[in-house]
Design a protein. Structure first.
Length: 130
């Protein structure tokens, strides 16, 4: 999944598409079911490959764990094909969004952690020299 490029749409654009009637909403939900798996998988890979040991900091490991959980949760659900399944899918995605609202500050916490390590200090010095 992580090797597939995400569709260049914002979540707002996807939301707008989903509000154009029940038939389009189900198509949008099926699209989103696949698209979220791609985006979550890419996030896991990208965070896992962060340099300077940043990927080994506790905050980044927690972010990776969250994205991995989201990926498994979406993969375990089938793509919605009825309004009832769509309601369940929408509810679960809403929960994921709330749970994921702290991921950016969490990753920033990893940056804060790494800058106090010898490796982080060396990287900052190198950046100052360049």
């Amino acid at each position: 999944m992580a090797k597939v490029s995400p569709t260049p749409l914002t979540l707002q654009q996807m939301k707008t598409f989903a509000t154009n009637g029940p038939e389009l909403r189900l198509k949008a939900s099926a699209f989103l079911h696949n698209e979220l798996q791609i985006r979550f998988a890419r996030a896991v890979v990208e965070l896992s490959e962060l340099p300077l040991g940043l990927n080994e900091t506790a905050p980044v490991k927690m972010a990776i764990a969250n994205y991995t959980t989201f990926l498994h949760d979406v993969a375990a659900m089938k793509a919605p094909s009825t309004p009832e399944e769509d309601a369940i899918f929408t509810s679960r995605i809403t929960q994921m969004k709330k749970q994921g609202s702290n991921l950016v500050p969490m990753i920033c916490g990893g940056l804060h952690t790494i800058k106090t390590t010898p490796r982080g200090i060396d990287a900052l010095r190198l950046q100052d020299v360049q």
